[in-house]
Design a protein. Structure first.
Length: 462
């Protein structure tokens, strides 16, 4: 019997950190939280993978879209009467943008009203409802709204519980988040293989239903895990330390952080387009038939997720090796500039795929090269960018900086929806050249920031 099983009413985090090593040397709660987060990410990326393909190939076809409640109003008032793939792109962009915005509100609701546990449970319930509503074509927009609200309540209130499993001096904390991240990556790889295949090969509603079932399973596991999770801290007992105040130079640092948001958004565009116009292009033009069997288009997302995870590990190991040998590892901005260069190269691979297509389908050499280069670029951009933002942030805004950071993802996904509407009318070569250009603008923007502001701000950053 483990320590957690022997003492289910643990006094977190002190007793847990000393007594509970039931899960790979970590508290048993880490295993539960990892599985729960994996279920949530599985359901989210199932939706992310299937959404545009579902709209383009099924829901928004003439004679079927008329059954969607509220769609006509949205088309007229928000999307200028768009139809087909451009309309699907706009809906996808708005949905994914809001998914990055609502966790800020979910965190506030948890802190000020619901509490972390209640907010997470409510989020899981609303997300499950959203997935099951996808079975009813008329409820499509209500389903999307439910998923946006559910992710907002859920996403910001689970990772914080991982940290609370450990005391402030426990050296296992960093490894705990790495283990937690592995659960996420496994789910991102598995979602297109399972839900994507069900949706494309069996029926769209089977794919969405699978995501809903997994989300419900995650909720049940979370409820089962309560004895091994940190207790909710009453609002009356929360920290009463005085808020940090703005200091001289904080205004410039805040301006710098806000300047980085649109640059970061531009750098993210190509990667975020993978779930939108890229999937439509792959579905229509890629050679996915082998030995008489046509592979689901959604498997391209599994390829991307597998390479992304592999390159995160490889890039981290590479720079650790270089740093140990030469003690001259690039700083955050240096790595982000390098990342933009790789992302530019990845977008140029898509240009080459379109330019060399001829009359047949596109072979997978150039698309695979795109995913490889883009994954290397993203590995340089994503892990260090938040570190840069928090390093630059004024102390008075330290708790809010993550929300500011994710505004870049919010803006990038809105832009992805708008730009995706060009796919149907713009030559494909120009479409991907434009994406290469946005990554290059990101490179120039980060480079200019490094030359003009970084030395002064990094020296002053608190």
């Amino acid at each position: 019997m483990t320590a957690a099983e022997a003492t289910p009413e643990l006094d977190f985090p002190e007793q847990a950190t000393h007594d509970d090593r039931a899960f790979l040397g970590h508290p048993k709660g880490l295993g539960y939280l990892g599985v729960v987060e994996g279920c949530e990410r599985f359901s989210y990326y199932s939706m992310q993978t299937l959404l545009t393909l579902y709209m383009v190939n099924y829901l928004l076809l003439p004679g079927r879209q008329e059954s969607v409640i509220g769609l006509e109003w949205i088309k007229v008032h928000l999307f200028s009467g768009l139809e087909g793939q451009p309309l699907a792109s706009e809906i996808f962009g708005l949905y994914t943008a809001l998914v990055y915005l609502t966790p800020i509100l979910g965190g506030l609701l948890a802190d000020l009203l619901l509490g972390r546990r209640a907010a997470l449970i409510a989020g899981a319930l609303v997300m499950s409802l959203g997935h099951f509503l996808m079975a009813f074509e008329g409820a499509f927009l209500l389903a999307l709204g439910s998923l946006v609200v559910g992710v907002g309540l859920f996403k910001g209130n689970i990772a914080s519980q991982v940290g609370e499993l450990y005391g402030p001096t426990d050296i296992r904390r960093a490894m705990a988040f790495q283990i937690f991240y592995i659960f996420i990556n496994v789910s991102v790889i598995a979602a297109p293989l399972i839900s994507g295949t069900l949706g494309e090969k069996v029926g769209w509603h089977w794919g969405f239903g699978c995501a809903g079932v997994v989300m419900v399973a995650g909720l049940l596991i979370y409820l089962r895990a309560r004895p091994w999770l940190p207790a909710e801290t009453p609002r009356s007992a929360r920290s009463t330390e005085p808020r940090a105040k703005f200091e001289p130079g904080d205004g410039l640092r805040l301006v710098a952080v806000l300047m980085l948001v649109p640059i970061m958004g531009l750098a993210l565009l190509t990667n975020q387009q993978i779930f939108n116009a890229y999937l439509v292009w792959a579905d229509q033009q890629f050679q996915l038939t082998f030995l008489g069997t046509t592979l689901p288009t959604s498997w391209m997302i599994t390829l991307d997720a597998t390479l992304s995870f592999s390159m995160l590990v490889a890039v981290a190991a590479f720079w650790a090796f270089i740093g140990k040998r030469t003690r001259r590892e690039p700083d955050e901005l240096g790595k982000m500039i390098l990342g933009c260069a790789f992302i530019t190269g990845g977008a140029l691979c898509l240009y080459m795929a379109a330019a060399t297509q001829g009359t047949g389908k596109i072979g997978l050499f150039w698309p695979v090269m795109f995913h490889l280069l883009n994954s290397i670029g993203f590995s340089h951009l994503l892990p260090v960018s938040l570190a840069l933002f928090t390093r630059l942030a004024p102390r008075a805004l330290n708790a809010s900086i993550v929300g500011i950071y994710y505004l870049a993802f919010f803006g990038a996904n809105l832009a992805v929806g708008k730009i995706g509407t060009w796919f149907q009318t713009m030559p494909t070569t120009q479409f991907w050249l434009f994406h290469a250009g946005t990554a290059m603008v990101g490179l120039v923007g980060f480079g200019a920031f490094k030359l003009l502001l970084a030395k002064r701000l990094m020296g002053e950053a608190k």
